[in-house]
Design a protein around this ligand. Structure first.
Ligand SMILES: [Zn+2]
Length: 367
Protein backbone atom coordinates (compact mmCIF):
# COMPACT_ATOMS: atom_id res chain seq x y z
CA UNK A 1 0.00 0.00 0.00
CA UNK A 2 2.81 2.36 0.91
CA UNK A 3 4.44 1.50 -2.38
CA UNK A 4 1.32 2.23 -4.39
CA UNK A 5 0.92 5.59 -2.67
CA UNK A 6 4.54 6.48 -3.26
CA UNK A 7 4.23 5.53 -6.91
CA UNK A 8 1.13 7.69 -7.26
CA UNK A 9 3.03 10.66 -5.92
CA UNK A 10 5.97 9.93 -8.20
CA UNK A 11 3.66 9.65 -11.19
CA UNK A 12 2.55 13.24 -10.57
CA UNK A 13 5.95 14.72 -9.98
CA UNK A 14 8.75 12.49 -11.26
CA UNK A 15 11.37 11.62 -8.67
CA UNK A 16 12.83 14.31 -6.44
CA UNK A 17 16.19 12.55 -6.72
CA UNK A 18 16.37 12.97 -10.51
CA UNK A 19 18.37 16.00 -11.60
CA UNK A 20 19.62 14.84 -14.98
CA UNK A 21 18.36 12.92 -17.98
CA UNK A 22 20.32 11.20 -20.74
CA UNK A 23 18.47 10.33 -23.95
CA UNK A 24 20.18 7.82 -26.22
CA UNK A 25 18.88 6.87 -29.65
CA UNK A 26 20.38 4.07 -31.69
CA UNK A 27 19.02 4.66 -35.18
CA UNK A 28 16.74 2.14 -36.86
CA UNK A 29 16.99 -0.75 -34.37
CA UNK A 30 14.15 -3.24 -34.74
CA UNK A 31 12.19 -4.35 -31.70
CA UNK A 32 12.87 -7.93 -32.84
CA UNK A 33 16.65 -7.61 -32.22
CA UNK A 34 15.94 -6.00 -28.83
CA UNK A 35 13.51 -8.67 -27.59
CA UNK A 36 14.62 -11.75 -29.57
CA UNK A 37 18.32 -11.11 -30.18
CA UNK A 38 20.05 -11.93 -33.46
CA UNK A 39 17.89 -13.20 -36.33
CA UNK A 40 19.19 -16.60 -37.57
CA UNK A 41 17.52 -16.14 -40.94
CA UNK A 42 19.79 -13.15 -41.69
CA UNK A 43 23.08 -14.72 -40.57
CA UNK A 44 23.99 -15.94 -44.03
CA UNK A 45 23.96 -14.80 -47.63
CA UNK A 46 20.59 -13.08 -47.26
CA UNK A 47 22.04 -10.86 -44.55
CA UNK A 48 25.22 -10.10 -46.47
CA UNK A 49 27.16 -12.25 -44.01
CA UNK A 50 30.24 -13.93 -45.50
CA UNK A 51 31.45 -15.67 -42.37
CA UNK A 52 28.21 -17.37 -41.36
CA UNK A 53 29.86 -19.77 -38.90
CA UNK A 54 31.66 -16.92 -37.14
CA UNK A 55 28.52 -14.82 -36.95
CA UNK A 56 26.50 -17.73 -35.56
CA UNK A 57 29.18 -18.54 -33.02
CA UNK A 58 29.28 -14.95 -31.85
CA UNK A 59 25.60 -14.03 -31.80
CA UNK A 60 23.36 -17.12 -32.00
CA UNK A 61 22.13 -19.00 -28.93
CA UNK A 62 19.23 -21.46 -29.00
CA UNK A 63 17.86 -20.09 -25.75
CA UNK A 64 16.01 -16.77 -26.12
CA UNK A 65 17.32 -15.21 -22.92
CA UNK A 66 20.91 -16.26 -23.64
CA UNK A 67 20.61 -14.94 -27.20
CA UNK A 68 19.37 -11.47 -26.30
CA UNK A 69 21.84 -11.23 -23.40
CA UNK A 70 24.66 -12.10 -25.78
CA UNK A 71 23.71 -9.30 -28.15
CA UNK A 72 22.91 -6.68 -25.49
CA UNK A 73 24.26 -7.67 -22.07
CA UNK A 74 23.72 -4.31 -20.34
CA UNK A 75 20.14 -4.05 -21.58
CA UNK A 76 19.25 -7.54 -20.37
CA UNK A 77 21.38 -7.97 -17.27
CA UNK A 78 21.01 -4.45 -15.91
CA UNK A 79 18.09 -2.51 -17.41
CA UNK A 80 15.65 -5.44 -17.67
CA UNK A 81 16.30 -6.19 -14.00
CA UNK A 82 16.48 -2.70 -12.54
CA UNK A 83 14.55 -0.61 -15.05
CA UNK A 84 11.88 -1.02 -17.71
CA UNK A 85 11.49 -2.03 -21.36
CA UNK A 86 8.55 -1.08 -23.57
CA UNK A 87 7.82 -2.53 -27.01
CA UNK A 88 7.37 -6.28 -26.52
CA UNK A 89 4.23 -6.79 -28.59
CA UNK A 90 4.09 -10.48 -27.61
CA UNK A 91 3.41 -9.33 -24.05
CA UNK A 92 0.74 -6.82 -24.98
CA UNK A 93 3.07 -3.82 -24.83
CA UNK A 94 3.74 -2.74 -28.41
CA UNK A 95 5.35 0.64 -29.04
CA UNK A 96 4.95 2.39 -32.38
CA UNK A 97 5.70 5.61 -34.19
CA UNK A 98 2.63 7.66 -35.10
CA UNK A 99 4.23 9.53 -38.00
CA UNK A 100 3.43 7.91 -41.33
CA UNK A 101 6.84 8.48 -42.89
CA UNK A 102 8.71 5.97 -40.70
CA UNK A 103 12.04 7.58 -41.50
CA UNK A 104 14.54 9.35 -39.28
CA UNK A 105 13.80 13.10 -39.27
CA UNK A 106 10.03 12.70 -38.74
CA UNK A 107 10.86 10.12 -36.04
CA UNK A 108 13.26 12.37 -34.16
CA UNK A 109 10.78 15.23 -34.44
CA UNK A 110 8.08 13.01 -32.92
CA UNK A 111 10.43 11.81 -30.17
CA UNK A 112 11.45 15.32 -29.11
CA UNK A 113 8.25 17.33 -29.65
CA UNK A 114 5.61 14.76 -28.72
CA UNK A 115 3.65 15.33 -31.92
CA UNK A 116 3.98 13.76 -35.36
CA UNK A 117 4.21 16.58 -37.92
CA UNK A 118 2.58 15.51 -41.21
CA UNK A 119 4.56 18.23 -43.01
CA UNK A 120 7.81 16.45 -42.16
CA UNK A 121 7.87 13.45 -44.50
CA UNK A 122 11.55 12.98 -45.34
CA UNK A 123 15.12 13.53 -44.17
CA UNK A 124 15.37 16.81 -46.14
CA UNK A 125 17.95 19.30 -44.82
CA UNK A 126 15.43 21.79 -43.39
CA UNK A 127 15.25 23.70 -40.12
CA UNK A 128 12.65 22.14 -37.85
CA UNK A 129 9.78 24.58 -37.33
CA UNK A 130 8.79 22.76 -34.12
CA UNK A 131 10.18 23.43 -30.65
CA UNK A 132 11.66 20.36 -28.93
CA UNK A 133 11.41 19.49 -25.26
CA UNK A 134 15.19 20.06 -25.12
CA UNK A 135 14.83 23.63 -26.39
CA UNK A 136 12.11 24.29 -23.82
CA UNK A 137 14.13 22.72 -20.98
CA UNK A 138 17.12 24.87 -21.91
CA UNK A 139 14.99 28.03 -21.60
CA UNK A 140 14.10 26.81 -18.10
CA UNK A 141 17.79 26.69 -17.17
CA UNK A 142 18.64 23.06 -17.88
CA UNK A 143 22.06 22.92 -19.52
CA UNK A 144 22.03 20.72 -22.63
CA UNK A 145 24.53 19.02 -24.91
CA UNK A 146 23.95 16.78 -27.91
CA UNK A 147 26.53 14.54 -29.53
CA UNK A 148 25.19 12.82 -32.61
CA UNK A 149 26.66 10.99 -35.57
CA UNK A 150 24.16 12.45 -38.05
CA UNK A 151 24.82 15.97 -39.36
CA UNK A 152 21.08 16.60 -39.81
CA UNK A 153 20.65 16.98 -36.04
CA UNK A 154 21.76 20.60 -36.33
CA UNK A 155 18.56 21.06 -38.39
CA UNK A 156 16.34 18.74 -36.34
CA UNK A 157 17.22 20.77 -33.23
CA UNK A 158 17.18 24.00 -35.29
CA UNK A 159 20.34 25.31 -33.65
CA UNK A 160 20.03 28.71 -35.34
CA UNK A 161 16.82 29.32 -33.40
CA UNK A 162 17.23 27.11 -30.33
CA UNK A 163 20.90 27.97 -29.63
CA UNK A 164 21.26 24.41 -28.31
CA UNK A 165 24.79 23.01 -28.16
CA UNK A 166 24.73 20.31 -30.81
CA UNK A 167 27.79 18.46 -32.11
CA UNK A 168 26.68 16.51 -35.16
CA UNK A 169 28.20 14.79 -38.17
CA UNK A 170 31.88 14.98 -39.12
CA UNK A 171 32.47 18.47 -37.74
CA UNK A 172 35.41 18.19 -35.27
CA UNK A 173 33.46 18.64 -32.03
CA UNK A 174 35.95 20.75 -30.09
CA UNK A 175 37.18 23.02 -32.88
CA UNK A 176 37.18 26.56 -31.56
CA UNK A 177 36.91 25.40 -27.94
CA UNK A 178 39.09 27.70 -25.84
CA UNK A 179 39.45 25.16 -23.04
CA UNK A 180 41.73 22.47 -24.52
CA UNK A 181 42.52 19.00 -23.19
CA UNK A 182 44.79 16.34 -24.73
CA UNK A 183 41.63 14.29 -25.28
CA UNK A 184 39.94 17.09 -27.24
CA UNK A 185 43.00 17.53 -29.45
CA UNK A 186 43.11 13.79 -30.19
CA UNK A 187 39.37 13.50 -30.90
CA UNK A 188 39.37 16.51 -33.24
CA UNK A 189 42.34 14.94 -35.08
CA UNK A 190 40.45 11.65 -35.46
CA UNK A 191 37.36 13.45 -36.81
CA UNK A 192 39.55 15.20 -39.41
CA UNK A 193 41.51 12.09 -40.41
CA UNK A 194 38.91 9.31 -40.48
CA UNK A 195 37.49 8.30 -43.86
CA UNK A 196 33.78 9.23 -43.83
CA UNK A 197 32.38 5.83 -44.74
CA UNK A 198 28.77 6.90 -44.21
CA UNK A 199 28.81 10.39 -45.72
CA UNK A 200 26.95 12.66 -43.32
CA UNK A 201 27.13 10.16 -40.47
CA UNK A 202 30.19 10.08 -38.22
CA UNK A 203 31.22 6.81 -36.60
CA UNK A 204 29.53 5.87 -33.31
CA UNK A 205 32.91 5.36 -31.59
CA UNK A 206 34.11 8.90 -32.34
CA UNK A 207 30.84 10.49 -31.32
CA UNK A 208 30.76 8.62 -28.02
CA UNK A 209 34.42 9.45 -27.32
CA UNK A 210 33.56 13.13 -27.88
CA UNK A 211 30.68 13.00 -25.39
CA UNK A 212 32.85 11.27 -22.79
CA UNK A 213 35.60 13.83 -23.22
CA UNK A 214 33.11 16.67 -22.97
CA UNK A 215 31.88 15.33 -19.62
CA UNK A 216 35.41 15.87 -18.29
CA UNK A 217 34.97 19.64 -18.47
CA UNK A 218 31.19 20.23 -18.54
CA UNK A 219 28.29 18.78 -16.58
CA UNK A 220 25.15 19.23 -18.69
CA UNK A 221 21.92 18.21 -16.96
CA UNK A 222 20.30 17.04 -20.17
CA UNK A 223 22.30 14.97 -22.65
CA UNK A 224 21.40 13.55 -26.04
CA UNK A 225 23.55 10.87 -27.67
CA UNK A 226 22.60 9.91 -31.22
CA UNK A 227 24.19 6.73 -32.59
CA UNK A 228 23.79 5.93 -36.29
CA UNK A 229 25.70 2.81 -37.28
CA UNK A 230 22.88 0.39 -36.47
CA UNK A 231 20.87 2.01 -39.28
CA UNK A 232 23.80 2.50 -41.66
CA UNK A 233 24.98 -1.13 -41.64
CA UNK A 234 21.43 -2.39 -42.13
CA UNK A 235 20.97 -0.10 -45.15
CA UNK A 236 24.34 -1.34 -46.41
CA UNK A 237 23.00 -4.91 -46.24
CA UNK A 238 25.56 -6.07 -43.68
CA UNK A 239 23.58 -7.80 -40.93
CA UNK A 240 26.78 -9.02 -39.25
CA UNK A 241 28.13 -5.48 -38.87
CA UNK A 242 24.73 -4.21 -37.76
CA UNK A 243 24.86 -6.77 -34.93
CA UNK A 244 28.41 -5.67 -34.09
CA UNK A 245 27.22 -2.05 -34.01
CA UNK A 246 24.25 -2.88 -31.77
CA UNK A 247 26.43 -4.85 -29.37
CA UNK A 248 28.77 -1.85 -29.22
CA UNK A 249 25.85 0.52 -28.69
CA UNK A 250 24.93 -1.59 -25.65
CA UNK A 251 28.55 -1.43 -24.41
CA UNK A 252 28.54 2.34 -25.00
CA UNK A 253 25.42 2.72 -22.85
CA UNK A 254 27.03 0.59 -20.12
CA UNK A 255 30.22 2.68 -20.29
CA UNK A 256 28.30 5.97 -20.13
CA UNK A 257 26.24 4.69 -17.20
CA UNK A 258 29.37 3.66 -15.27
CA UNK A 259 31.15 6.89 -16.18
CA UNK A 260 28.29 9.05 -14.92
CA UNK A 261 27.69 6.96 -11.81
CA UNK A 262 31.32 7.68 -10.90
CA UNK A 263 30.68 11.46 -11.08
CA UNK A 264 29.10 13.12 -8.02
CA UNK A 265 26.99 15.41 -10.25
CA UNK A 266 25.29 12.40 -11.84
CA UNK A 267 25.49 9.54 -9.35
CA UNK A 268 22.04 8.24 -8.34
CA UNK A 269 20.40 11.33 -9.83
CA UNK A 270 20.40 10.52 -13.54
CA UNK A 271 17.79 8.71 -15.65
CA UNK A 272 18.70 7.05 -18.96
CA UNK A 273 16.03 6.78 -21.66
CA UNK A 274 17.09 4.67 -24.66
CA UNK A 275 15.02 4.26 -27.80
CA UNK A 276 15.02 4.32 -31.61
CA UNK A 277 13.62 6.61 -34.29
CA UNK A 278 11.95 3.94 -36.45
CA UNK A 279 11.85 0.21 -36.97
CA UNK A 280 12.42 -1.57 -40.26
CA UNK A 281 11.01 -4.38 -42.34
CA UNK A 282 10.38 -7.68 -40.59
CA UNK A 283 10.68 -9.90 -43.63
CA UNK A 284 13.81 -11.57 -45.03
CA UNK A 285 13.74 -9.27 -48.08
CA UNK A 286 13.02 -5.92 -46.44
CA UNK A 287 15.06 -5.84 -43.22
CA UNK A 288 17.40 -3.31 -44.83
CA UNK A 289 14.61 -0.82 -45.37
CA UNK A 290 12.09 1.34 -43.61
CA UNK A 291 9.55 3.92 -44.74
CA UNK A 292 5.84 4.56 -45.17
CA UNK A 293 5.19 1.35 -47.11
CA UNK A 294 7.43 -0.99 -45.10
CA UNK A 295 5.43 -3.16 -42.70
CA UNK A 296 7.17 -3.34 -39.32
CA UNK A 297 8.95 0.02 -39.65
CA UNK A 298 6.40 1.45 -37.21
CA UNK A 299 7.46 -0.89 -34.39
CA UNK A 300 9.90 0.59 -31.89
CA UNK A 301 10.92 0.14 -28.22
CA UNK A 302 12.19 2.12 -25.25
CA UNK A 303 14.32 1.30 -22.21
CA UNK A 304 14.40 3.32 -18.98
CA UNK A 305 16.84 3.10 -16.07
CA UNK A 306 17.53 5.29 -13.08
CA UNK A 307 16.40 6.46 -9.65
CA UNK A 308 12.64 6.47 -9.18
CA UNK A 309 12.00 4.22 -12.19
CA UNK A 310 10.24 1.14 -10.75
CA UNK A 311 12.03 -2.12 -11.59
CA UNK A 312 9.19 -3.55 -13.66
CA UNK A 313 11.46 -5.11 -16.29
CA UNK A 314 9.86 -5.99 -19.62
CA UNK A 315 6.51 -4.27 -19.47
CA UNK A 316 3.40 -6.27 -20.28
CA UNK A 317 -0.23 -5.41 -20.81
CA UNK A 318 0.27 -1.66 -21.22
CA UNK A 319 -1.52 -1.64 -24.55
CA UNK A 320 -0.06 0.42 -27.39
CA UNK A 321 2.36 3.17 -26.35
CA UNK A 322 3.84 5.59 -28.86
CA UNK A 323 6.94 7.48 -29.88
CA UNK A 324 5.00 10.70 -29.30
CA UNK A 325 4.97 9.94 -25.55
CA UNK A 326 8.74 10.20 -25.21
CA UNK A 327 9.02 14.01 -25.12
CA UNK A 328 6.66 14.30 -22.14
CA UNK A 329 8.48 11.42 -20.46
CA UNK A 330 11.82 13.25 -20.76
CA UNK A 331 10.26 16.24 -18.98
CA UNK A 332 8.38 14.13 -16.43
CA UNK A 333 11.44 12.33 -15.08
CA UNK A 334 12.82 15.80 -14.29
CA UNK A 335 9.56 16.76 -12.57
CA UNK A 336 8.53 19.05 -15.43
CA UNK A 337 5.35 19.02 -17.52
CA UNK A 338 5.85 19.31 -21.29
CA UNK A 339 2.13 18.88 -21.99
CA UNK A 340 1.34 22.06 -20.05
CA UNK A 341 3.45 24.00 -22.56
CA UNK A 342 2.71 21.83 -25.59
CA UNK A 343 -0.91 20.70 -25.14
CA UNK A 344 -0.87 18.67 -28.37
CA UNK A 345 2.01 16.54 -27.12
CA UNK A 346 1.15 12.98 -26.09
CA UNK A 347 1.16 12.19 -22.35
CA UNK A 348 4.18 10.50 -20.72
CA UNK A 349 4.75 6.75 -20.90
CA UNK A 350 3.26 4.84 -17.96
CA UNK A 351 6.56 4.36 -16.10
CA UNK A 352 4.62 4.55 -12.84
CA UNK A 353 1.50 2.40 -13.26
CA UNK A 354 -1.14 3.55 -10.78
CA UNK A 355 -2.19 0.03 -9.91
CA UNK A 356 0.71 -2.37 -9.63
CA UNK A 357 -0.09 -5.79 -10.96
CA UNK A 358 0.84 -8.98 -9.13
CA UNK A 359 3.80 -9.59 -11.43
CA UNK A 360 4.98 -6.03 -10.89
CA UNK A 361 4.98 -6.52 -7.12
CA UNK A 362 7.06 -9.63 -7.61
CA UNK A 363 9.72 -7.81 -9.62
CA UNK A 364 13.15 -7.95 -7.99
CA UNK A 365 13.84 -5.10 -5.57
CA UNK A 366 15.98 -2.22 -6.70
CA UNK A 367 19.37 -1.89 -5.11
ZN1 LIG B 1 16.75 6.52 -38.80
Amino acid sequence: MMNALLLLVLAQTGSAQVKNVVVIVSDGVRASEIFSGADRALMGKGGGVENEAGCVEKFWRDDLQARRETLMPFLWKKIAREGQLFGDASRGSPMQVTNRARVSYPGYNELFTGVADPKLTSNAWVDNPNVSVFEWLSTKGYSFQAFATWATFSRIFNVDRSKLEVHAGWEPPFEGDALRTPGKDLIDTLYRSTTPVFGGNALDALTFAALKESLVTTRPRVVFLGLGETDEWMHAGRYDLALEALQRADATIADLWATMQAMPEYRDSTVFLITTDHGRGGLPWDWKHHGASVIGAEDIWLAALGPGIPALGVRSGTGLVTQAQVASTIAQVLGESWTQTAPRAAPPLPLWPTILSRSAREAPPRR
